[in-house]
Design a protein around this ligand. Sequence first.
Ligand code: AMP
Length: 375
Amino acid sequence: MNIQHFEDLPLSLEVMKSIKELGFIRPSPIQAQAIIPMLEGKDVIGQAQTGTGKTAAFGIPMIERLNPEGNSVQGLILEPTRELAIQVAEHISQLSKYTPFKILPIYGGEPIQKQIRNLNQGVHIVVGTPGRIIDHLKRRTLNLASVKIVVLDEADRMLDMGFIHDIEYILSKAPMNRQTSLFSATIDDSVMNICNNYMKNPEKIFVSKDEIALTQINQYYLVVNPKNKFEVLCSILDENHIKRAIIFCKTRRGTSRLANMLSARGYDAKPFHAGFTQSQRNLVVNSFRKRRIKLLVATDVASRGLDIQEITHIINYDIPLNALVYFHRIGRTARMGRGGTAISLVGYGELPQFNNIKTLTKTTIEELESMHLVI
Ligand code: AMP
């Protein structure tokens, strides 16, 4: 069946109401393909990255299939990072707003006692990072005996981060007759191994975001004297309609320095890097999300998996190491069909590195002669 509208899916009134409230009009391709098999209880492998709507693709069937009565954990979603655990838990809470489900993110860096208290109050869906989930399993503060649905989200990243044994341990604590789904941007042999070992006749769904999203991003670059980079950046910020931007830097120090320089010039800018504590990070991300700050000056590590809507511009203050990082960065804009602009400030010394990236991309990166872009 060709699913064009959410009304084409057999969803409850409660879930439909929250979908409407979130402003979703049409199911994204991964949602159109994954929701029905998952509602039918099938195992699903989804090749899809952040920005394709995959969270709702597994979140909606999970809410529909689980039973809100009782207070045991029935749904488990594994995520590679705390930011993703928080984001996904938030998104599923929005989707289940009109149901009695309780959703809890569990991640390292937050006091464990607080999580234990929340778990004791009864939780239906846990969204967590492997390390902290194991911690709770060993303390017996989390019991997976009633789990009916497991989702391994961003499986390739979890494997890259060395979580394979943790994942195996966690899966061994969930009942065999559960439903298991896996989502991953890339499906290589190690990901397929998990599918073969832990899933039953999985249905495979492939969705490529790259072609869709990248063509919606206007990509520009400007070759500059490195000494003038800051001034050029300020002109770009002044001359363009920038509602919300992420400015990428190479190092933590560079990030803090640039954020300070921008603040001193009167711009709403905050640094964001992996040297921050979890609560500092949450604070910055929340202010950015709630539009209290306009410019996030970030390193690549910190920005991984950040999903914030309506980022109008990505500015590469330092050129990324390779094309993959470049795509990751510019993919923070143009979420779910909205356009975006990416501008790279290429210092003379960075030209070879940038040319390398340029030749590897299939899309066009247009050279600008001046920073008065009017975009
Ligand atoms: P995800 O790929 O799950 O990280 O989703 C990316 C963003 O797209 C999230 O912020 C969602 O709120 C949004 N989104 C998900 N599904 C839809 C949809 N069908 N229509 C519009 N936006 C959506």
